[in-house]
Design a protein around this ligand. Structure first.
Ligand code: FAD
Length: 303
């Protein structure tokens, strides 16, 4: 393994939490994935730049992670530096019913903050187990709502060839569409988001949040580790319906299983490896393509 002593020293001067040989299965929602060489949690954009700059100079790969609820990390882990946004925790009410929040704030904490301030518009996100930054990156959505409806702008760090830029995108520049944004597969670290909400009635906001949560509990296999919906919604259809009509509900490879409760989910029944999940995804894709002609595209990010 690469010698990370220079990075560990740097992290110490930045007072940044850093762990060598970090088991990623401890933080992924699938509970699979091998170790990362190092995982660091910078507390500011400047500190993230310092860590990232070090990695670039040393030719070390960098992976940005929020709550790791939409990633499938290989059993070999990640050979490089994982920058976790977990310490970007700012949460502030701005004039005009706006909220500014750090990328590492959980969507549930963000929704509760909106509720506390009687702000409506974000209820759809309650129960999505991601971070605000991950939700902006993925344009996360549910129950007819998506981040696009409320996201006004994002501040970010951009890694250029030989330098780093602090910048922001707003409005159309964010290029938000179904599970997509301008940030997808590009060298950016979203550090914070500004959301535009509306004044509402706290009791109604709470009732909506509770309703969505109850629907999740009723329909999704939340009792097992998973990555949420594995596949994107195909045009005019649902991945779960197609998987079900192919008779794949309950089908398993190793410890990975197509959920009996919701065929759009693959669950870890206890001892799944990342490879089991990958193999099952491929098997489902081939079967559905063979029987229905539809190619299911994955929603989760494979690393
Ligand atoms: C049980 C369950 C239910 C789910 N339900 C839904 C749902 O209803 N709707 C939905 O849309 N999703 C759902 N998801 C998927 C997931 O929670 C969302 O996509 C979430 O927005 C991902 O956020 P995250 O912080 O976990 O991102 P991560 O998994 O950490 O990262 C996902 C991708 O975003 C990138 N990324 C993350 N943070 C940043 C950042 N700050 N800057 C730059 N890049 C970043 C990562 O590099 C990675 O490529 C569900 C998942 C589970 C496990």
């Amino acid at each position: 393994m690469y010698d990370y002593s220079g990075l560990l020293e740097l992290a110490q001067t930045l007072k940044c939490e850093i762990v060598k040989d970090f088991p990623l299965s401890a933080i992924t929602s699938f509970k699979v994935g091998g170790p990362a060489d190092v995982l660091a949690k910078p507390v500011s954009a400047d500190d993230a730049i310092r860590l990232w700059r070090w990695a670039k100079q040393e030719n070390v790969k960098v992976l940005i992670l929020g709550k790791a609820s939409n990633v499938l990390i290989s059993d070999q882990g990640f050979k490089g530096l994982v920058i976790s946004t977990g310490a970007f925790k700012k949460l502030e009410l701005l004039p005009g019913n706006k909220i500014e929040c750090g990328a590492g704030v959980s969507l549930s904490a963000l929704c509760n903050f909106a509720l506390k301030n009687s702000l409506t518009g974000l209820e759809f996100a309650y129960g999505i187990p991601g971070s605000a930054g991950g939700a902006a990156y993925m344009n996360a959505g549910a129950y007819g709502g998506e981040m696009k409806d409320v996201l006004v702008s994002c501040k970010h760090v951009e890694a250029l060839k030989s330098d780093f830029l602090l910048g922001n995108f707003s409005g159309d520049e964010l290029e938000l569409s179904y599970r997509n944004s301008v940030y997808k597969n590009k060298p950016y670290l979203i550090t914070s988001l500004t959301l535009q909400l509306k004044q509402g009635e706290a009791s109604e906001i709470k009732a909506k949040m509770d309703d969505y949560m109850h629907r999740r509990i009723a329909k999704q296999p939340l009792e097992f580790p998973s990555g949420g919906s594995i596949f994107k919604r195909p045009p005019d259809d649902f991945a779960g319906r197609l998987i079900e009509i192919c008779g794949l509900k309950g089908y398993s490879i190793g410890g990975a299983q197509v959920s009996e409760k919701h065929a759009g989910f693959i669950i870890n029944t206890g001892k799944a490896t990342s490879k089991d999940i990958k193999d099952l995804i491929s098997f489902v894709q081939e079967s559905v393509r063979g029987k229905t002609g539809v190619l299911l595209e994955t929603e989760i990010v494979s690393i």
